[in-house]
Write a protein that binds this ligand. Structure first.
Ligand code: ZN
Length: 455
């Protein structure tokens, strides 16, 4: 009698889960140790991995033809959907797969209760959910399927902002919602703005950039972007060209790089690098804001895994990111490049009618100011290497012509015409390489030189 009651109860539970007719397997419970009753789990430090424990109950429909084996894995996902988590690029497995054999189900053949099982939530994964995937053979469809637990746990991370810092960030004009500590040295504000904690202590901060260098700003593109990721690198080049082309403002952006370990690090104000997996799936980038000391925000992190929709979107994202490092905040106007972080569907040319007066009032054009460019490339060369070297002029605009010359003349050098001098070889000796261009905004020609020694 007791067994019969139990079977009726199980049958009722199966009916509740609504899959009785076709299901060989249903996950009837899923617990995450330490989660709240409303299925939220607070990690104690989002910058470190978190050890987790979970357990589950499987119910097997007692179909004698069912193989009855099941593979159970804990997943972390930032998918907004409630199913098909495996098709979302943010989804990762965070536990070893637990293999439940048919013989492990209880004697009545229908229930498997697991012990507490280990899992590890990686660092910086604090904006998604945790769900169980269970894979089994579904007789009704005659194939193996992946189903997911109906219970899902939402991950939260505490905010570490001191009250003093919070009021400073608020007085700078930023939202105080969702501020998080980021890579120890920063606060992440409004999803993509990094505020250096130490910068909050600067008295009388100035948020306009590089006035002392007539707005010449060097951007060091790290190897994860150039040469490793041409998609993001092309977007960065186009974004730099867009800022430089703006006819009535005085921002002079330069792209610089280091050609391997034999080259010296280039002088730089901003570094552009991969986020190394720190940013969540939905964040395309994070940018250090102007530091208040008259310098540009020094770091732009790009999420190389970001699921962008078009190359235009990536260009707009990089224009937006550079905007933050130059001291521009988010805008409430839809027609602004600073309107939102990921800019999918944004189609206005840069600068839009909304952005132009704001940019030009902070950085008005000074036609007599001087563009001070840099040539990237190796300056100490061994003639035994046997191949040429690349050299790049830092000041980049579409539609301007570059003239390369040397104090040791070469007949083909002046005909190159591009910002890059590709695979160029020099004779043994000392050379002064020179690249000259001009921009209609400025009265003074733009000239860069580099001393090269070949031994
Ligand atoms: Zn932004």
């Amino acid at each position: 009698m007791k067994n019969k009651m139990k079977n009726i109860l199980i049958l009722a539970l199966l009916l509740v889960f609504g899959k009785t007719a076709e299901a060989n397997m249903v996950m009837s419970s899923f617990e995450l140790k330490g989660a709240s009753s409303d299925n939220k789990f607070m990690v104690s430090d989002s910058q470190m991995a978190t050890d987790l424990e979970f357990r589950f109950t499987l119910m097997k429909y007692s179909d004698p033809s069912s193989p009855g084996d099941c593979y159970v894995t804990l997943l972390y996902t930032e998918s907004p959907e409630d199913n098909n988590f495996d098709s979302h690029p943010s989804t990762i497995e965070i536990s070893p797969t637990k293999y439940v054999r048919k013989s492990e189900f209880a004697s009545h053949g229908t229930i498997f209760q697991s012990v507490w099982l280990p899992a590890i939530l990686p660092a910086y994964r604090f904006s998604g959910r945790i769900v169980i995937r269970y894979r089994f053979f579904l007789s009704a469809q005659n194939k193996e399927v992946s189903w997911y637990s109906t219970v899902k746990y939402e991950i939260n991370a505490p905010s570490y902002v001191s009250p003093g810092d919070l009021s400073k960030i608020e007085s700078m004009g930023f939202s105080t919602n969702g501020i998080r500590s980021f890579k120890n040295d920063y606060y992440l504000v409004e999803n993509d703005i990094l505020i250096k904690k130490s910068s909050l202590n600067i008295s009388n901060p100035i948020y306009a950039v590089n006035n002392n260098k007539e707005h010449n700003i060097n951007i060091w593109v790290k190897p994860a972007i150039q040469p490793a990721n041409s998609t993001w690198n092309n977007a960065l080049y186009s974004a730099v060209a867009a800022w430089n082309a703006n006819p009535s403002s005085d921002i002079k952006l330069h792209l610089v790089s280091q050609y391997g370990t034999l080259d010296v690090p280039p002088p730089h104000d901003i570094i552009v690098d991969s986020d190394l997996g720190v940013l969540s799936y939905s964040q395309s980038h994070a940018v250090e804001y102007t530091n208040g000391d008259g310098k540009a925000g020094g770091l732009i992190l790009v999420n190389l895994d970001y699921g962008y929709s078009s190359s235009t979107q990536l260009v707009n994202i990089m224009i937006h990111a550079l905007g933050h490092s130059l001291g521009f905040k988010h805008s409430n106007t839809a027609n602004s490049i600073m309107a939102n972080n990921n800019l999918s569907g944004y189609t206005s040319a840069f600068p839009s009618a909304v952005d132009e007066p704001i940019i030009n009032s902070l950085y008005p054009l000074n036609a007599n100011s001087v563009v001070t460019p840099y040539i990237s490339g190796i300056s100490n060369i061994s003639s035994s290497w046997g191949w040429g070297q690349d050299y790049d002029m830092s000041y980049f605009c579409f539609g301007i012509t570059y003239t390369w010359t040397s104090n040791t003349p070469h007949p083909y050098l002046p005909s190159v015409g591009q910002a890059r001098l590709p695979e160029w070889s020099f004779n043994i000796g000392s050379h002064e390489l020179k690249c000259t261009t001009s921009h209609s905004k400025y009265t003074t020609p733009i000239v860069a030189t580099k001393n090269i020694i070949v031994q």
